[in-house]
Design a protein around this ligand. Structure first.
Ligand code: PGA
Length: 252
């Protein structure tokens, strides 16, 4: 079964407003004829509202890089999923390794965020991935299993995973390092994740959930990654900040 590819650009904490608008405008213009894949951009929070106007009716989706799990209230400095929807977001990245390592986000927090995002109708992209040390000592699958079990705790409790769910496998050692996982290394983990979904939620869900690869994706390696059976798309950091490289990735 061929799943609809997703090309997602995580801008992280980069660009000023003018650069962000230019980038989005160029991506919109350069992808007008693309209909067979989903394109999602994830600008910093403060650019979401203006970006919604730039991508307006282009078919490109807008997403945020994080959110809080409560809907409203006294949570100074946080942004709720409802607020994200209000400015045009359809997607949200949750559990990115930078959130987990730099900001010490726990699996429990990520589980709460995933639960709320789904309840309010945002599509979360759950990120999982091992670090170099864990890979070296052969713990990759153990780590991934632990992250899936704990971040998807509420789905496991209710025995329901939405068929539209998206997971991103992002090996930490490949993020921003220029060292992409080989297509074989990525495929091996992707099939492992799909088998885990199969075991917990059944074949039908496992076949429809899209699993993205992230970590030093560039125009030079996109084609071989996308040729793998279980790689349904990519989450791109650095190479999504330049229109020409992101458009090349979109058009792999
Ligand atoms: P990178 O980042 O493409 O710069 O490695 C990927 C990510 O963190 O999503």
């Amino acid at each position: 079964m061929k799943r609809r590819p997703i090309i997602a650009g995580n801008w992280k904490m980069n660009l000023n407003l003018k650069e962000a608008i230019n980038l989005a405008e160029t991506i919109v213009k350069g992808s007008l004829d693309i209909e067979d894949r989903d394109i999602i951009i994830f600008p910093p929070f403060t650019y979401l509202y203006p970006m919604n106007h730039v991508i307006n009716s282009s078919g490109i989706f807008l997403g945020a890089q994080n959110m809080y799990w409560e809907i409203t209230g006294a949570f100074t400095g946080e942004i709720s999923g409802i607020m994200l929807k209000d400015v045009g977001c359809t997607h949200v990245i949750l559990g990115h390794s930078e959130r987990r390592t730099i900001f010490h986000e726990s699996d429990e927090e990520i589980a709460n965020k995933i639960k709320t995002a789904i309840e309010i109708g945002l599509y979360p992209i759950l990120c999982v991935g091992e670090n170099l040390e864990q890979r070296k000592i052969g713990k990759t699958f153990e780590i991934i299993t632990h992250q899936l079990n704990s971040s998807l705790k509420y789905m496991l409790d209710s025995k329901h995973m939405p068929p539209s769910f998206i997971i991103a496998y992002e090996p930490i050692w490949a993020i921003g390092t220029g060292h992409t996982a080989t297509p074989d290394q990525a495929q091996e983990v992707h099939i492992f994740i799909r088998n885990w979904i199969k075991k917990e939620f059944g074949d039908k869900i496992a076949n429809s959930v899209r699993i993205l690869y992230g970590g030093s994706v560039k125009p030079e390696n996109i084609k071989e990654l996308m040729a793998e059976e279980d790689i349904d798309g990519v989450l791109v950091g650095g190479a999504s900040l330049k229109a020409d490289s992101f458009l090349k990735i979109i058009r792999f």
